[in-house]
Design a protein. Structure first.
Length: 252
């Protein structure tokens, strides 16, 4: 697991090398991310502007409590909402970027796989098909993320564990889900279903986490996703290519 995790980090670094070796790839990868960034920044502005109202609505059960306790609960819920949305934002950013920029990322993925030997009888995804596939996987992955987020939210109130173990688990879970997103195009080009993608990636969780967790953390830095996502897509393409071609050895 540890060796695979390190190899996964190497895949992300290789992705940066592959993308930045061509100015055209950098431009193709950045355009969809810029559009998504504008949408996400707008969404965050709306949320933060109305966070008091959102927290008040969610804590309606505390209206009869004292002002001190009611205020405390509202602050805790407000912080939790922001943290939950922040955790989902990276997944949503990637998913929306992939849906908007399907042809752009398919171009990067094709070029990367051509350098690795190509894909015989590869299917052309196209914008509409890529959008539909991306939307479906996004719904499933976000639903899964929320399903994990609910128990983690309550575990966050456990002293010590809630401030140490829970955040690490949250990053690993969301990172792994992000890794599933990053490998979508090469799997779809081979006619593999979302279920098959999950089953194959499950066999090398360490690799997926090594690629996706640093990507997830880097994407928490404002605007860093503009250059991180294209590189992570290239790294995900290399990972998928190796696994789908039956290479089970650790990837250097």
């Amino acid at each position: 697991m540890i060796k695979d995790f390190g190899a996964g980090v190497g895949l992300l670094l290789r992705g940066f090398s592959l993308v930045f070796s061509s100015p055209k790839r950098v431009l193709m990868g950045a355009l969809p991310a810029v559009i998504t960034a504008v949408l996400m920044i707008t969404g965050w502005a709306v949320l933060l502007t109305n966070i008091d109202s959102v927290a008040g609505w969610l804590t309606g059960f505390a209206d009869s409590w004292s002002d001190t306790w009611k205020g405390f609960v509202e602050v805790v819920v407000g912080i939790s909402v922001v943290a939950a949305v922040l955790g989902l934002s990276v997944l949503l950013f990637t998913a929306i970027t992939l849906m908007i920029g399907g042809p752009f990322y398919e171009y990067i993925s094709e070029e990367v796989e051509d350098e690795l030997g190509g894909v015989p009888d590869a299917e052309q995804i196209g914008w509409w098909r890529g959008f539909v596939v991306g939307l479906r996987s996004t719904i499933l992955l976000v639903a899964t993320s929320i399903a994990f987020a609910i128990p983690l939210f309550f575990c966050g109130f456990i002293p010590v564990i809630g401030q140490t173990v829970v955040p690490v688990l949250a990053v690993c879970i969301n990172g792994y889900l992000l890794g599933i997103e990053l490998t979508g195009i090469p799997f779809t080009r081979r006619g593999r279903s979302f279920k098959q993608r999950r089953q194959i990636l499950k066999t090398r969780r360490g690799l997926v986490l090594g690629l996706a967790v640093p990507t997830y953390l880097l994407c928490l830095i404002p605007l860093a996703a503009l250059i991180v996502i294209p590189a992570a897509m290239a790294g995900g393409t290399v990972l998928a290519h190796r696994l789908l071609n039956g290479d089970r050895a650790p990837i250097a």
